[in-house]
Design a protein around this ligand. Sequence first.
Ligand SMILES: [Ca+2]
Length: 176
Amino acid sequence: MGRFLKTVTGVITIAAAAFSSPSQRIESEAMQTSGSAGTIAGGVPFSGVRFYANNDRASASVSLPAVPGRYRFIVRGASTSSAAAGLSLYLDNTRAGGLSFTGQTPSLCTLTVDVSAAPSTLALVLETDNGSNDTDADYVDISHAGEIPPPPARNAPPRGECRPVQRHKKHVQRHP
Ligand SMILES: [Ca+2]
């Protein structure tokens, strides 16, 4: 009996581990680059991808385990100057949001996205270049943040017009 219980406990432990949602990390240097984007020479400030011009892109295949669902995308990045440098995050062809890295010290930018259809690719794209600096990206961490919450309740629903209930009179034809 004791042995049976021990086995069951082991199974429960494995199941609990499977249900937790660890984040998955995609290193940008492992992503496929296009345009003039390329891996950062010398690995400073980190091993990653540098985006120089608009439409420079780094993409990777992605698999989100619980769609529809709310997901958190945390991107570590930096600017190559003291001015902010941006990136956009795309899921397939849909722009999920914009990120802005202020200064040359690496920082983390978070995007919370309600994903309704499972994407097959994730991409970082430079769309805000004005020639003053470049954007560096280190990695993207993806974690499931739960279900998509229901939309906020609207104000009182519009009132329908009300009419008195008409009684259906039985038409009785009387014969004199
Ligand atoms: Ca990296």
